[in-house]
Design a protein around this ligand. Structure first.
Ligand code: ZN
Length: 447
């Protein structure tokens, strides 16, 4: 069996090398080649339907592990070991292994001052979206949402500096820097000065940085956590800034469009200093490889935001946690973008699925926090989208429940777990307060 797994890994390492080669070609031309696209789509579809044997075995092997998880880190694991590093995956397709009592125990345990800070964002996720997912989603845990087991929950105001109704850029900036700015602006003040963001502050503290989204990587939300730009639409600046910053983990969608935006210099940097993976199984394999031990991970995957009921975001979150776990701690941002797209398109099933998508990733983090009480988690949204109404008693939700197809000024939910998280309980804070609190935690300044 081990021999077969090694074979699979070798095979996928070859594929990784091939994609890297094609990536180089794509960068040289400024556009990806047809063949690179076809290899990516083949690999991506295989990740959805017939998972490579090696990675299935990885998941199977650890399914029984529910309590005393021991993590391995880049610094402590032998590069030549045959044991997979990502051997603690507890979920399978459609089934995140966390029980109500387990979630409650994790929420109730004692937490110490955090060295790890995690911010998770349901883009465009209004309060009623969460209530609907809790009550009506057919694709959920045995007890409803993990989020609803949290004790320290409240609300946040989301308005931007120049509008009652924020966009993702201004709200993301508020969450990442603790400062209000105008709509469409990422990481810059209202007077056009760069605002120091939580990722930059975490790096100053010697921490690793992770950004995980199921949106395009240059979406406004992930960009607000790393980039300084007066327009969210200047995606060339956003893409190249990501590569320049080189977070230890950077995972998102749409590889081919991302590559097109890069300068030759950025392409060279990827080639020389990153490990590139264009599917989730390849991310796992890349992390287990012996050539790429300390390189930042640039990972891409494919998921349908309006129909996704898979565990892609949860898987990517798990990969990020494995990669980021270290003595100095880390900052991780995870975004589920489907809640926003579902609002744009008035798709109630996609709304509920996207809340569950985020919740599965939350469950992954809860499992991590069970053995890492020095972690702080804040889950929130940047704004509502769609102003969904609750259905009448006993009626099933329909697309008619949407009252708009755009963002609204509604307050959003805040869920917090970890040291000091009680400051959010039953309160309505400003979204900048969330950013300020998370930054204080990263700086080790929580009282
Ligand atoms: Zn948004």
């Amino acid at each position: 069996m081990k021999k077969e797994m090694t074979k699979v890994r070798k095979f996928l390492a070859v594929i990784t090398a091939l994609v890297l080669l094609l990536f180089t070609t794509a960068c040289g031309n400024g556009t990806p080649t047809d063949s690179s696209t076809s290899i990516i789509s083949t690999s991506e579809s295989s990740s959805q339907s017939s998972r490579p044997e090696g990675s299935t075995t990885v998941a199977e092997a650890s399914r029984s592990t529910t309590s005393s998880r021991t993590r391995t880190t880049a610094s402590t694991t032998s590069a030549t070991t045959t044991a997979p590093r990502l051997d603690k995956v507890w979920y399978t397709e459609g089934d995140v292994r966390i029980t109500k009592s387990e979630a409650d125990a994790i929420v109730a345990q004692n937490y110490v001052k955090p060295k790890n800070v995690i911010v998770m964002i349901g883009d465009g996720m209004g309060p009623n979206d969460i209530a609907l997912a809790e009550n009506y989603s057919e694709d959920r845990f045995d007890f409803g949402l993990a989020l609803n087991r949290f004790i320290n929950t409240g609300y946040a105001k989301t308005h931007s500096a120049d509008n009652d109704v924020t966009d993702s850029a201004a709200s993301g900036t508020a969450l990442a820097t603790g400062v209000k700015t105008n709509n469409t602006v990422v990481g810059m003040s209202t007077d056009a000065k760069p605002l120091k963001n939580i990722a930059e502050i975490a790096r100053e503290q010697g921490k690793k940085i992770g950004i995980v989204t199921n949106d395009t990587m240059t979406g406004a939300t992930p960009s607000a956590f790393l980039v300084h730009c007066m327009s969210r639409h200047n995606t060339e600046v956003l893409a190249n800034s990501f590569i320049d910053f080189a977070p230890e983990v950077l995972i998102g969608q749409q590889y081919s469009s991302f590559v097109k935006k890069l300068t030759d210099q950025s392409c060279g940097k990827i080639q020389n200093t990153y490990m590139l993976a264009t599917t989730i199984p390849m991310m796992s394999i890349a992390l287990n490889g012996d050539l790429t031990e300390e390189k930042p991970l640039l990972g891409f995957f494919s998921a349908d935001l309006l129909g996704d009921t898979s565990n892609t975001l949860a898987q990517c979150t798990e990969i990020a946690l494995n990669r980021l776990d270290n003595e100095q701690g880390f900052f991780l941002m995870v975004e589920s973008a489907g809640t926003d797209k579902a609002g744009d398109t008035n798709n109630i099933a996609a709304k509920m699925n996207s809340v569950v998508t985020l919740d599965r990733a939350v469950a992954v983090v809860l499992k991590y926090m069970k053995s890492h009480p020095d972690t702080l988690l804040i889950v929130t949204s940047d704004h509502d989208n769609g102003a969904v109404q609750m259905p009448a008693n006993g009626e099933k939700p329909t697309d008619e429940l949407f009252t708009t197809d755009t963002h609204t000024a509604q307050d959003v939910r805040v869920f917090a777990l970890g040291y000091g998280a009680e400051c959010f309980r039953d309160k309505t804070v400003d979204n900048t307060d969330i950013g300020k609190f998370a930054i204080s935690a990263v700086k080790g300044e929580l009282k």
